[in-house]
Design a protein around this ligand. Structure first.
Ligand code: ATP
Length: 270
């Protein structure tokens, strides 16, 4: 079971330089996650326990997973990822057991960063807690909270959770000592978009006419993941055209194409 749902990555390759437009978020993640991992004695000396967990919240594709991976990389910690949806099971006790396994694996791989994506899957406000499926999900969450509360270690295991649906979360997980550091990870503004364009084109053969400032202005509302997709698609246009240089027109065409795909998707789901 472990192997199926838990990914242990001993050296995630994301660095802080790969993340654009999230300077404040990065500082806060470093303070809460990196410091306890690197200097647990600082907390001992002062006599406080570092916050166990950090919750990242914001729209999809904005860099939440990247932030968690980068901090694990920077501190030479293992990165252990699990999606909240994978903790939701039919059988009684299975979710809780997975949570125990998760923390056990983390302790075996210290220092470690546990990343729980889609935490809302097990930590949503319940509208009707009488159904048995809900009770099982509730038990899984209780197990997670008790693992976090019972943390006697000095900081060698840090927990980062992420959600796109902050408004849905049960307040129990936001109590002091749990995920009491909340970090909003929004979509980038124009300056952020420009930086992210530059990051994702670092290895691309970009023509002189490409104006990232202009792209960042016109391609509003894009997430980091959208920008990455536009860069790849722009490269595809160049390849189809048998060129090695990617031009401004390629980026514009890529943007247009991806916007149409998005609209088609929205149309489908209605
Ligand atoms: P989700 O909520 O859907 O899991 P997420 O916020 O965890 O999304 P990531 O998985 O971190 O998003 O981002 C997906 C990809 O988009 C990254 O691998 C990266 O290529 C790109 N990306 C997203 N945000 C940024 C950013 N701020 N800077 C650079 N690249 C980014």
């Amino acid at each position: 079971v472990r192997a199926r749902v838990m990914q242990v990555d001993h050296s995630p390759d994301v660095t802080y330089e790969d993340i654009g437009g999230l300077d404040d978020q990065l500082t806060e993640v470093r303070e809460t996650v990196e410091m306890p991992l690197e200097r647990p004695e600082a907390f001992d000396d002062v006599g406080i326990q570092p916050p166990s967990g950090v919750l990242l919240h914001g729209p999809p594709g904005t860099g939440k997973t990247m932030l968690a991976k980068a901090v694990a990389n920077q501190t030479d910690a293992s990165f252990i990822k699990m999606a909240g949806s994978e903790l939701v099971h039919k059988f009684i006790g299975e979710g809780a057991k997975l949570v125990r396994d998760l923390f056990e694996v983390a302790r075996e791989n210290e220092p470690a960063v546990i990343f729980i994506d889609e935490i809302d899957a097990i930590a949503s406000k319940r509208t009707d807690s009488k159904t048995s499926g809900d009770a099982e999900v509730q038990r899984t969450m209780m197990q997670l909270l008790s693992e976090m509360d019972g943390f006697e270690d000095r900081g060698e295991v840090r927990i980062i959770a992420a959600t796109n649906r902050f408004d849905m979360l049960d307040e129990a997980i936001l109590r002091p000592g749990r995920f009491d550091r909340l970090i909003e990870v929004p979509k980038p503004d124009a300056a952020g978009r420009e930086i992210i364009f530059r990051i994702h084109t670092r290895k691309m053969n970009v023509a002189d006419d490409v104006d990232f400032d202009e792209l960042a202005e016109t391609i509003s509302d894009a997430s980091g993941a959208d920008i990455k997709a536009i860069c790849t698609e722009a490269g595809m246009f160049a390849i189809r055209d048998d060129r090695t240089e990617v031009t401004m027109a390629d980026f514009e065409d890529a943007h247009e194409k991806l916007e149409q795909t998005d609209e088609a998707d929205v149309g489908d789901s209605v």
